[in-house]
Design a binder for this molecule. Structure first.
Ligand code: NCD
Length: 301
């Protein structure tokens, strides 16, 4: 396995399946996590230069469950506020003996950092709109938990796909499997990258897109990543793309509904979020198990 987890393409199909199988050892059926002092001599720094709740906290919980020392790096009170670059910042952590850096950054800096600091292990926790490999792993685990396999499924992704690193990593991850079809759905201006691909179909009509779907992944509009003001009429956006109970009727009865969070209830109604088909809260718990597996593997290699 590669030394760092920078993109899901650092993993083979076997690595993906092994990590998911390994993650199952860390969570029981009631959602309780195994806690063991497996890495008491390892220091993990959580460096998040963009907002986060689920990813940041689940990495902290995962590292804590494995007995690591966890440094919660606070960008707002760090020397980044005095103009220090991310390179000097991470080098300083490296010189202090930090073994593994979990990094979220709006720009693509992680590859250069990994190259220049070979002693440190890097795990990508979100890179601009480009990549979010541990999210893809937890999403694939959640689907496998419910459907036992990714092969043969119709998977629909609805929302702001262009700005979504969740989508890009998920698409790379599932390209290792024999899924039946991958359908991209959303406002044409939010799906420009996905209108002509050879790995999926763009279908702007949500009713058609959802027909017989096994998995529906819904996504928030990433207002913070739009370069110009988004002149969007929310009511018409909702009537076209919000996943409601009525639209859910087009999918298979046992379709699973996913969302990486945070949920704005523009992309999905509260009743669909709370419905039996929703596995959104399980995704959060699976995030800890998958990150325990990832940290264990990458701290041991
Ligand atoms: C996503 C992200 O940050 O890319 N959230 C997450 O990691 N759970 C999606 C989002 O912010 O909408």
């Amino acid at each position: 396995m590669a030394k760092n987890l920078l993109t899901i393409n650092d993993l083979t199909k076997k690595d993906i399946l092994d990590l998911i199988a390994f993650s199952n050892n860390f969570i029981d059926e009631d959602g309780n996590f195994r806690k063991e002092d497996l890495f008491p001599d390892k220091i993990v720094a959580n460096v998040f230069c963009e907002p986060s709740t689920r990813t940041k906290m689940s990495f902290a919980v995962a590292a804590g469950n494995l007995g690591c020392n966890v440094l919660d790096f606070d960008v707002d009170t760090s020397s980044i506020q005095k103009g220090e670059s991310i390179f000097e910042t991470i080098d300083a952590l490296n010189l202090m003996g930090v073994d593994l850096c979990v990094l979220r950054h709006p720009e693509s800096v992680i590859r250069d950092l990994a190259e220049h600091l070979p002693k440190m292990v890097f795990i990508n926790a979100g890179e601009g709109s480009i990549s979010h490999p541990t999210q893809a792993l937890l999403d694939m685990k959640t689907i496998i938990d419910h459907k036992s396999d990714l092969d043969g499924l119709k998977i629909v992704i609805v929302g702001d796909l262009d700005h979504s690193r969740v989508t890009s990593s998920f698409v790379e991850g599932v390209s290792n499997f024999d899924i039946d079809s991958l359908v991209f759905c959303g406002h044409p201006e939010m799906c420009q990258k996905y209108q002509n691909t050879d790995f999926g179909i763009y279908e702007p009509d949500i009713d058609k897109a959802l027909k017989d779907a096994d998995v529906i992944m819904t996504l928030r509009i990433q207002y913070e990543r739009f370069e110009k003001d988004l002149n969007l009429d929310l009511d018409s956006y909702k009537s076209a793309y919000q996943l409601s109970s009525e639209k859910l009727g087009y999918a298979k009865g046992d379709a699973v509904i996913m969302h990486p969070g945070p949920v704005n209830y523009v992309e999905i109604t509260e009743s669909v979020y709370d419905s039996e088909n929703s596995v959104i809260r399980q995704q959060i718990a699976n995030g800890v198990a998958v990150r325990m597996a990832v940290l264990s593997r990458f701290l041991s290699s």
